[in-house]
Design a protein around this ligand. Structure first.
Ligand code: HGY
Ligand code: MN
Ligand code: MN
Length: 414
């Protein structure tokens, strides 16, 4: 049975309209969590939710929920993602899943179709974690994995306190975090990697998600004259930062498999051409599908840092910013995603998510899974992020099928 699907024109119009908020050169979006651009993106989302007749609830961490009543008050089926972005973000990362959720609601309303269970479209606060860490913060607190007060007291990379920013943009809601425990959570998202495109596939049925380790390293050396200081007398924080970047890159190549490593942010002080850097601050992002290997990579990095301290006469401090173990998604949901793709004649494969997502946190409290659609040349976290409208629509229709099936599942008996 191939159900008549969502209107592609409506989906694209919604995505494009929302992408204009915080638009940056090259077709991308910059809506860093709890900035004014994020507020504007939230306001637009709430307006659309209200136009669709959804009950809008905002929790104490600013997570937004649009609720469509069911014919019963059984546990709802939830979909959604995030609408905050990285500074050089694309227009689909996160936003696509939220906008597709709204189009599912529109599809139901256009047919006066009621479902047994309520359906909730969620937009979680601060999924990207680039200003306030850890990432996936809103869904992590919702799932009870991080205390609300700790989240509210988080200091951002710009020195702002998260709770103050939340109040400033008017999204410090009154609903207790975690109030909604879904029957199931399904997140639609762009793959942000090269696999689906390379294999000519339309849908990814995401069965698991790799472990994530984020840390910030502070390296204290000694500033000195770049011209007069003999190499043997240097305590060069700049060199040490570069050595760490090379080390983690080599480690990832040595490990192979799913191991990845990134030094994404580096700051030197005083950052002047003729001064040996006194201090360096850098971030290290390590990921692996295998928890034991991820732990081993962390231990190897730690040993390298200790040796660098001895060798270069510097002091290195590590601060953990985020640490999430690999997550397995719900087999039954993954099969439903595959079944919908097959029924729609869409080539599909099971896969692992390299990126972190809100679904990994929701998997702590309910059955969860993800639907991926291809990313052109696998590019993401980049204004050039792109997915063809036809692919976006196909993903939204698979989401529609899966949500409808779940929303009519009767409450399980006692
Ligand atoms: O870091 C991640 O994987 C996600 O984009 N927050
Ligand atoms: Mn995302
Ligand atoms: Mn992202």
């Amino acid at each position: 049975m191939r159900r008549e699907g969502i209107a592609g024109r409506d989906l694209m119009a919604r995505i494009e309209t929302h992408a204009a908020i915080g638009a940056i050169e090259g077709g991308g979006v910059c809506r860093i969590a709890l900035t004014d651009a994020d507020r504007q993106g939230r306001d637009q989302l709430v307006r659309w939710m209200r136009e669709l007749g959804l009950e809008v609830r905002v929790d104490r961490l600013g997570n937004i929920f649009g609720i469509r009543a069911g014919t019963t008050d059984a546990a709802p089926v939830m979909t959604g993602s995030h609408i905050d972005t990285v500074a050089t973000g694309g227009r689909y990362d996160g936003n696509y899943g939220v906008m597709a959720g709204l189009e599912v609601i529109r599809w139901l309303d256009a047919r006066q179709r009621r479902t047994l269970r309520p359906i909730v479209v969620a937009a979680f606060t601060n999924e990207e974690g680039v200003r306030f860490m850890p990432d996936m913060m809103g869904s992590l607190v919702h799932a009870g994995g991080y205390p609300l007060d700790a989240a509210l007291d988080t200091t951002g990379t710009d020195g702002a306190r998260l709770g103050d920013e939340l109040a400033r943009i008017g999204y410090a809601g009154d609903m207790e975090c975690g109030s909604i425990v879904p029957h199931a959570f399904v997140e639609l998202h762009i793959e942000q990697g090269p696999v689906l495109e390379a294999e000519g596939l339309a849908i990814g049925a995401v069965q698991d998600l790799q472990g994530i380790s984020w840390q910030e390293l502070s390296i204290a050396g000694q500033s000195n004259h770049a011209g007069t200081t003999p190499m043997r007398m240097r305590h060069d924080a700049g060199y040490c930062a570069a050595a760490v970047a090379v080390f983690v890159r080599e480690l990832a190549k040595r490990y192979g498999g799913s191991q990845v490593a990134t030094v994404g942010a580096i700051g030197l002080h005083p950052n002047l051409i003729n001064v040996i850097a006194a201090r360096a601050t850098l971030t290290v992002d390590l990921r692996n599908t295998d928890e034991a290997l991820l732990k081993q990579a962390e231990a190897e990095l730690d040993a390298f840092l200790r040796a660098l301290e001895q060798q270069e006469g510097v002091a290195i401090e590590a601060r953990r910013l985020a640490r999430f173990e690999p997550v397995k998604f719900d087999e039954r949901l993954v099969r439903r995603i595959e079944a919908s793709a097959h029924a729609r004649g869409l080539p599909v494969r099971r896969m692992t998510s390299g990126a972190g997502h809100d679904a990994q946190m929701m998997a702590r409290i309910c059955p969860a899974a993800m639907v991926f659609v291809p990313s052109v040349r696998g590019i993401s976290h980049n204004p050039k992020e792109h997915t063809a409208p036809a692919d976006l629509l196909q993903g939204a229709n698979v989401l529609l099928d899966v949500l409808l099936a779940l929303a009519d599942e009767p409450p399980r008996g006692p």
